[in-house]
Design a protein around this ligand. Sequence first.
Ligand SMILES: [Zn+2]
Length: 197
Amino acid sequence: MGGPEVERLIGLLAKLPGLGPRSARRAALRLLQSPHTRMLPLATALADAARAVRTCAICGNLDSHDPCAICENPDRDRSIICVVEGVGDLWALERAHVHRGLYHVLGGTLSALDGMRPEDLNFPSLLSRVRGGEVAEIILALGATVDGATTAHWLTERLQPLGVAVTRVAQGVPIGGALDVLDDGTLAAAVRARRPA
Ligand SMILES: [Zn+2]
């Protein structure tokens, strides 16, 4: 249906998170029915974002500037770094306005099942940030899963000897790659109720 261009469009849309083949067909149809008001502006936005957005060399955030706007912001508290699994978690915390410090994106959690090893984590740059001497507290905002707990333990063992306070956000919250499903109040409470790791 619709020719190879449409098939390709649907195939690409279906790979997006939250979209299966059925939703992809509906989205493609909606776009095709409004080529000038919806489809071309979307195509331009995609191309612009792909060209402009890069990974912040300091924290791992995605932004059109490197270092990112958060790392560059002089009003952020540079003595507190919140460690998250992914950029989605960082964005969720930012939306909730619960953290006035900086971030560090690990890029995953240690996982025997998924083959994530320590060398796969964006950890060396965190280490050098802490060794820079400006950091007083590291907040671990990782998932309340076995992998999240394993990773938090692994990080704590390595960071504490450097003389920084290592804390963890309140447990019992289904976080870790899923922070953005939490409402802002729950997220804020979890960060405020952090305790020593
Ligand atoms: Zn950054």
